[in-house]
Design a protein around this ligand. Structure first.
Ligand code: SAM
Length: 277
């Protein structure tokens, strides 16, 4: 009998993978965690039946959420990741000369699952520069400061992640950042969730002097075209020269394109330039 996993990306759209094996399922205190071995996309991690990553294409998301802000900053030594319990973002951040990475993940079980089933993704979590907190990122940023870069590598705005998509949260991150600090958040699909993308941009730009969006094609995320939104206190990402910064090994991110990543398809720039929702 054929086995399939399907994610309902909307009520009317689903993406399905033929699977070889169900490797793990567990209901944690926060969400249903599952790991599947698929025919064509390697191993996949789902939370509440939503794809977090596949071993086939995870590098696109993890490189783009990490290297674009890190190169924009150019000298980040203290970085905060909110969510990101699979470890992919931390793995990429460790390619930079950082001194300290704080990972704030609400669900310990996600980290345990990734350590067991995704060793090539979770490999950086035991690095001595990484400190892991099992806490709610929304509360954490109210009490902790001194970060050069904050990355919000969260689930969609459902359940515990709702508050990570709000102007109030962005204000707290602004306070948690150093003078030249930068925030980047994963900000959903402009094709399927246009009103949400618009609202996120509006909220972040009400807090940060420079707010810029960039995008990447991530085949296994809803709508395939995915956005990231950057809020910056003093550095204008459109002017930042990155050619002299240390080399990093990547599979998707290209340093030559650093400034061009912020040039959006017209339908996305039109979407966010209209400030009404
Ligand atoms: N790349 C992924 C995506 O966009 O599908 C995100 C992956 S990562 C696994 C997301 C993590 O955010 C989850 O492990 C979840 O537990 C965590 N999370 C959700 N809300 C959170 C919160 N308020 N504070 C800290 N972590 C949170």
């Amino acid at each position: 009998m054929e086995l399939w996993f399907s994610e309902y990306q909307t009520k009317n759209v689903k993406l399905s993978f033929r699977i070889k094996e169900v490797l793990y399922t567990k209901q944690s205190s926060y969400q249903k965690i599952a790991v599947y071995e698929t025919e064509d996309f390697g191993r996949i991690l789902t939370l509440d039946d939503t794809i977090m990553l596949t071993t086939k294409d995870e590098y696109i998301y993890h490189e783009m959420i990490s290297h674009v802000p890190m190169l924009t900053h150019g000298d980040a030594s203290r970085v905060l990741v909110i969510g990101g319990g699979d470890g992919g973002t931390v793995r990429e951040l460790l390619k930079h000369p950082v001194k300290e990475i704080h990972l704030v993940e609400i669900d310990k079980e996600v980290i345990e699952t990734s350590k067991k089933y995704f060793p090539t993704i979770s490999c950086g979590l035991s690095d001595p520069r990484v400190k892991i907190y099992f806490e709610d990122g929304i509360e954490f940023v109210k009490k902790n400061t001194g970060y050069d870069v904050v990355i919000v590598d969260s689930t969609d705005p459902i359940g515990p992640a709702v508050g990570l998509f709000s102007a109030e949260f962005y204000k707290n991150v602004f306070e948690a950042l150093n003078e030249d600090g930068i925030l980047v958040a994963q900000t959903e699909s402009p094709i399927l969730f246009d009103n949400l993308v618009k609202k996120i941009y509006k909220d972040m730009s009400s807090v940060f002097p420079y707010t810029n969006m960039y995008s990447a094609v991530i085949p296994t995320y809803p709508g395939a075209l995915w956005t990231f939104t950057m809020g910056s206190k003093t550095i204008n990402p459109l002017l930042k020269e990155v050619s002299s910064l240390p080399h990093i090994d990547t599979k998707f991110y290209r340093r030559e394109l650093q400034k061009s990543y912020f040039i959006l398809p017209p339908f996305v720039s039109n979407l966010i330039s209209d400030r009404g929702v």
